[in-house]
Design a binder for this molecule. Structure first.
Ligand SMILES: Nc1nc2c(ncn2[C@@H]2O[C@H](COP(=O)(O)OP(=O)(O)OP(=O)(O)O)[C@@H](O)[C@H]2O)c(=O)[nH]1
Ligand SMILES: [Mg+2]
Length: 326
């Protein structure tokens, strides 16, 4: 995934210190004072310009990211703020280059080169300090985004959704390679977790565990819940909605059903609804399972697999022919 490869973004002082040190080493190679000064400014400007440009190009082009990553970026760090900071750092790189070229040109006359070198460094340092906050923001964003899991766009994907504490992670643990934390309190899962279930040697299903979502207006949902809704909308081929009829999760079945209605309205993929904790209580008419005893889990998995076949069939179907004009 593209965020994993973004290197640490240096602070303004780190950019300056590194570049000044590198330029000082180059300056030493020149015996003539004037050309040493000129070389110093050229080297500082180039090193800072290149470093700042490499920061900008290390971030992916957000327009080209899959919708899930675009929305996750928006939810976690704000796309606008990110674009603004990348724009500011890019501007600083160009300014540093312009200042550096201007001074090296004027130093060729050999007049006042010590003074000009000091002025050039001061102006360049001031530009870099102007984007100090942007560099810090970009590093924070990088640290947040690189924790996002790898979600493949090509694999058949089941997103497990439901109220907090109903047993979503317990199910994921049973059927996939993922090992999410399981606990007897709500909001244990705080981000998107990806696991896989192998089918034969070549094929597999991608399972996505999501944080619990409460039934409430979308604009009242917190960052964690919004990530869950985003994964449901943007990545699912099938949604597995888990109900806890025992209400041991701490929420009423009525509230859970209202969330189920909302999910039905939000997605146009199949929603498979199952009742977990059937060792305590089931509901007639729904498939039941208990991730505690393991009963019914395989049946639910098989049910999900039938949708995989449907999805494959849909993909293989001929594209619709254009209507012939009468
Ligand atoms: N009796 C019973 N308890 C279960 C079952 N499945 C899960 N639990 C318990 O329910 C609690 C919540 O399980 P989790 O798997 O963490 O639930 P979750 O839906 O992922 O919760 P959040 O991540 O907080 O949204 C834990 O204490 C589990 O041991 C089940 O089938 N029967
Ligand atoms: Mg969980």
């Amino acid at each position: 995934m593209e965020f994993e490869t973004i290197p640490t973004v240096p602070t303004a002082d780190e950019v300056l210190d590194r570049s000044l040190r590198r330029a000082a080493a180059k300056k030493k190679l020149k015996t003539n004072v004037d050309s040493a000064n000129e070389e110093f400014v050229r080297a500082v400007a180039k090193a800072i310009h290149d470093k700042l440009k490499s920061v900008v190009s290390s971030f992916p082009s957000f327009e080209r990211l899959p919708p899930f990553y675009q929305e996750a970026t928006e939810i976690l760090v704000s796309l606008d703020r990110l674009k603004q900071s990348l724009g500011a750092v890019n501007w600083a790189a160009d300014q540093v280059w312009i200042i550096g070229s201007g001074y090296t040109r004027s130093m060729r006359s050999g007049i006042d080169t010590d003074k000009k070198r000091r002025q050039a460094v001061a102006r360049i340092a001031s530009i870099v300090h102007q984007v100090e906050d942007d560099l810090v923001f970009l590093n924070d964003a990088r640290n947040i985004l690189r924790k996002l899991p790898h979600v493949s766009e090509d694999e058949f994907t089941v997103v497990v959704a439901g109220f907090p504490n109903v047993g979503k992670s317990s199910f994921i643990r049973h059927v996939s390679t993922a090992e999410p934390e399981i606990a007897a309190y709500p909001f244990t899962t705080k981000g998107i977790i990806v696991g896989h279930h192998d089918i034969g040697k070549r094929d597999r299903i991608q399972f996505i565990d999501t944080p619990g979502v409460l039934e409430r207006p979308a604009d009242e949902r917190n960052i964690i819940e919004r990530q869950a809704v985003s994964a449901i909308i943007n990545t699912a081929d099938v949604v597995l909605f888990i109900l806890d009829a025992s209400e041991h999760c701490g929420y009423t079945l009525d509230d859970q059903m209202r969330l189920l209605d909302e999910i039905h309205r939000l997605v146009d993929v199949p929603v498979v609804t199952v009742v977990n904790k059937a060792d305590i209580q089931g509901i007639e008419g729904y498939p039941e399972m208990s991730t505690l005893t393991g009963e019914g889990v395989e049946v639910v998995l098989d049910l999900l697999l039938t949708f995989r076949k449907e999805a494959t069939k849909t993909n293989l179907r001929e594209p619709p022919q254009p209507e012939t004009q009468q």
